[in-house]
Ligand binder design. Sequence first.
Ligand SMILES: Nc1ncnc2c1ncn2[C@@H]1O[C@H](COP(=O)(O)OP(=O)(O)O)[C@@H](O)[C@H]1O
Ligand SMILES: [Mg+2]
Length: 256
Amino acid sequence: MGKVIAIANQKGGVGKTTTAINLGAAFVNEQKKVLLIDLDEQANATIGLGLSRELVEATSFDLLSKDMEIDDTIYYTIDPLFHIIPASIKLSGLETLLMEHTNKQLILAAKIAKVKDEYDYILLDCPPSVGIIVDNALFASDSVIIPVECEFFAYDALTQMVNKINQIQKDKKKLKGSLLIEGILLTKLDNRNVFGYKIMDKIQELFPNRTFKTIINRSSHLQEAPMYGKSVLKFAYHSRGSKEYRELATEIIQNK
Ligand SMILES: Nc1ncnc2c1ncn2[C@@H]1O[C@H](COP(=O)(O)OP(=O)(O)O)[C@@H](O)[C@H]1O
Ligand SMILES: [Mg+2]
């Protein structure tokens, strides 16, 4: 059975989408079959994997708001083992749309259940918010990766995220489910900036068993790859960013 992993942090710009795309590609590199579900209205993962908004008809919005079957929302990328459910700008209206819906936080979990056996990993790229979309993602997930940028405000957001996860863990327990923290991923570390290392030490000290050994450094290849609709593995296989995401994939596969 496939493992569902949410990539979440309510703070924007911390590397959630970069991680979703490149960790996905790194799993594929290990011959794993991957489905990435883009849940952010900005559709950065969708575009970063080479799909265009205009050509996409069914999206994660349709999955969450309608009776649409998950199979009808899955698209192929240039990699045969890497599939994606694209996002739509319409996701911004989902909260209001589902206001009266009962068990609205469980919609995604029910839909994903139908394809869980078909994939090794299902990655959920979350929006930078706390709301119905992130609740759906966390209820549907076996574990969460929290990317954290090595900068001052990171710590506050991380604490809030961990509190949120604790709350969902309690709710899921009642439903006989669970939610693990797969790991905190330190991202965008700048080796010219001593301050980043201080934040890194502090986070490792606070969450010693939960921080991934792999750290993602700042890299221009990681920034540039999505412009070509490619993962960093396809864009520059031997670059540092590619190597780090491949190490992260290995770390997660071995964690199992
Ligand atoms: N390791 C990195 N090195 C350099 N730039 C990065 C790195 N990770 C992400 N970025 C850049 O930072 C910005 C925000 O990253 P993104 O993955 O979109 O964050 P989020 O999805 O959390 O908002 C993007 O421009 C992305 O290219
Ligand atoms: Mg994003």
